[in-house]
Design a binder for this molecule. Structure first.
Ligand code: PRP
Length: 215
């Protein structure tokens, strides 16, 4: 389902046909906000299977209608943290698969001129160290927003962190891997480059605007 580029062992690129099929619709400029939201939600639900493969579980006895047996349950509190706005659409898809997850919110806006992120909202559970934290944001462009988000989460106590995005640039991957070498990054694509406005090329445009119809 997924492969790591040789130069970045902590980066997992999803080559699953369903994910690539849906990503192609997301890239299509004629896809309007309603199907865009639905596709983002569906892809996040598919990606979360791989991103949660290493979650800790504990053995527990369960009484079936026939006999008692041993099953497994998640043994840590999982927190999903979407980066607003576009991460919200992915978080909903993750919750569909993992409804017991908690949600923390980070609002980051990238300045269009400097391309630097500003934090405008931070609402996180107090005990972020109680389990894995999954950061979700569809776009990894310069990597500034994701890197800042990881710094914030670490300062807030997170010690088991992974990130799910949809489309990454080579520059964004390099920045994030360099700033946070122990972070695992899951993405559906690593695109060719960033343009001079900091947009991923070919990319899919501004995910937040396309998702909410604010283009
Ligand atoms: C986009 C995107 C990321 C960020 C990526 O959000 O969703 O959060 O930019 O860029 P970077 O890697 O260069 O930091 P944006 O700031 O446009 O906010 P929005 O989701 O509200 O549109």
């Amino acid at each position: 389902m997924a492969a790591a580029p040789r130069e970045h062992p902590n980066v997992v690129v999803f080559d699953h046909p369903l994910i690539q099929h849906k990503l192609t619709y997301l890239r299509d400029q004629t896809t309007s906000h309603r199907p865009f939201r639905a596709l983002l939600y569906q892809i996040a639900g598919l990606m979360v299977y791989e991103a949660t493969r290493t979650l800790p579980t504990a053995a527990i006895n369960v009484q079936t209608p026939i006999e008692t047996t041993v099953g497994r349950r998640l043994s840590a509190k999982v927190t999903v943290v979407p980066v607003l706005r576009a991460g919200l659409g992915m978080a909903e898809g993750v919750l569909e698969v993992m409804p017991e997850a908690r949600i923390g919110h980070l609002g980051l806006a990238r300045d269009e001129t400097t391309l630097r992120p500003t934090v405008y909202l931070q609402r996180l559970p107090r005990d972020l160290d109680a389990g894995p934290v999954i950061l979700v944001d569809p776009m990894l462009a310069t990597g500034g927003s994701a890197s800042e988000a990881v710094h914030i989460l670490r300062r807030a106590g997170a010690n088991d962190l992974r990130m799910i995005c949809l489309v990454a640039s080579p520059e964004g991957i390099r920045r994030l891997v360099s700033d946070h070498p122990d972070l695992t990054i899951y993405t559906a694509a690593i695109d060719r480059a960033l343009n001079d406005r900091g947009f991923i090329v070919p990319g899919l445009g501004d995910a937040g605007d396309r998702m909410y119809g604010t283009v």
